[in-house]
Design a protein around this ligand. Structure first.
Ligand code: NAD
Length: 325
């Protein structure tokens, strides 16, 4: 497929499709061919905005010979269904995070990708931010020495209206922080202990904050905060922060370096690099489709994220420290 432009289709055209749409307009060797969304009004609106085709069914997306790859942007419960549809039709897929709702579903995605020979790449976008990639490189080089601890913190208030369409933060945000920790430390969690609470929502019965301690396979310890409850308004805020401390040094990344004081689509305020994480991710995916290579984060990472999320839910429900296996 060298020297070709990748034709991309969207299955699902909700909020995250807006970021993928912007990304594809910036990527020279890709173009958005068309999209399908379950609700026709939304499909029509988004197709008009993107100046692309609007398909009547998800099957029509994957049947179109102009479509080489599909971005699965639907709710997490339907990711496997649509990823399977696209892969069985011979199309590469980028599947939004979290990959699925169960470990078995992600394992099935992996089996289908192996059988059909197409790419199935997790939508683990936060690690496509250049500063995070650079931090990963220096850690991998051993510049920080033996890793002691890793912190990934997310504190961005979301309205109750937006949160009502999403799962709680354990399922919606924790995955982001977890794959970032796994990528930075090069290690996966083996034990977790977590808590969750609802401090902001009045009507909906979901957690808006979870705090988690993790023991990593390499012996280091991790701490994750995923919160839609409140913005951190401190001078050096933990709006989105990733920090790794080693015996030989520390690396630190923060939204604060990139903040834009304007409202995001559903974020109380946003930052330049968030769009860049999606643009860089989509460019990386397109290059994988064209030239091959290895994803920054694999389906095995996605499986471990799902296992850890389930262990965290067990820890919260039973008030115990849960093993990840
Ligand atoms: N990578 C990121 O930073 C990021 C950010 C936000 C959302 N996401 C992920 O993107 C996906 C979509 O989230 P969103 O923010 O666009 O949400 P949204 O509520 O704006 O859109 C949800 C989408 O799912 C579709 N949908 C819902 N139920 C469906 C069903 N039963 N069958 C087919 N389609 C169905 C809707 O039509 C819509 O296209 C989710 O997996 C979410 O976790 C990722």
């Amino acid at each position: 497929m060298a020297d070709k432009r990748i034709g991309v289709g969207f299955i699902g055209a909700g909020e995250i499709s807006v970021l993928h749409g912007i990304a594809l307009r910036e990527i020279p060797n890709a173009r958005l061919i068309g999209l399908w969304n379950r609700t026709p009004d939304r499909a029509a609106k988004r197709a008009k905005e993107e100046l692309c085709k609007r398909y009547e069914t998800a099957e029509d997306v994957v049947k179109d010979p102009a479509v080489d790859a599909v971005v699965i942007n639907t709710n997490q419960e339907t990711h496997l269904k649509y990823a399977r549809l696209a892969m069985e039709a011979g199309k590469h897929v980028l599947v939004e995070k979290p990959l699925a709702t169960t470990v078995a579903d992600v394992e099935e995605m992996k089996a289908i990708a192996e059988r059909t020979g197409v790419l199935c790449v997790p939508g683990h976008n936060m690690i496509h931010e250049e500063s995070i990639t650079r931090a990963h490189r220096i850690i991998e080089n051993g510049d920080l020495g033996k890793i002691v601890s890793c912190y990934v913190m997310y504190n961005i208030q979301h309205s109750e209206e937006r949160a009502s369409t999403l799962p709680g933060v354990v399922r919606h945000i924790f995955t982001h922080n977890l794959y970032t920790m796994m990528y930075l430390t090069g290690s996966k969690p083996v034990r977790v202990q977590g808590f969750k609470a609802n401090r902001h929502y009045g009507k909906i019965d979901k957690e808006d904050i979870t705090l988690v301690n993790l023991e990593l396979e390499n012996g280091a310890l991790g701490h994750i905060c995923s919160s839609f409850a409140a913005d951190d308004l401190a001078p050096a805020p933990w709006t989105y922060t990733a920090r790794v401390i080693g015996l030989g040094g520390t690396t630190h990344y923060t939204y604060g370096d990139w903040v834009e004081v304007k409202k995001g689509i559903s974020h109380s305020h946003t930052y330049t690099a968030y769009q860049a994480t999606i643009t860089n991710e989509d460019q990386y995916f397109v290059n994988l489709c064209l030239y091959g290579g290895t994803p920054l984060s694999t389906l095995d990472d996605a499986i471990w994220c799902q296992k850890t999320t389930e262990a965290l839910e067990k820890s919260i429900a039973e008030g115990i420290t849960a093993n990840v296996r």
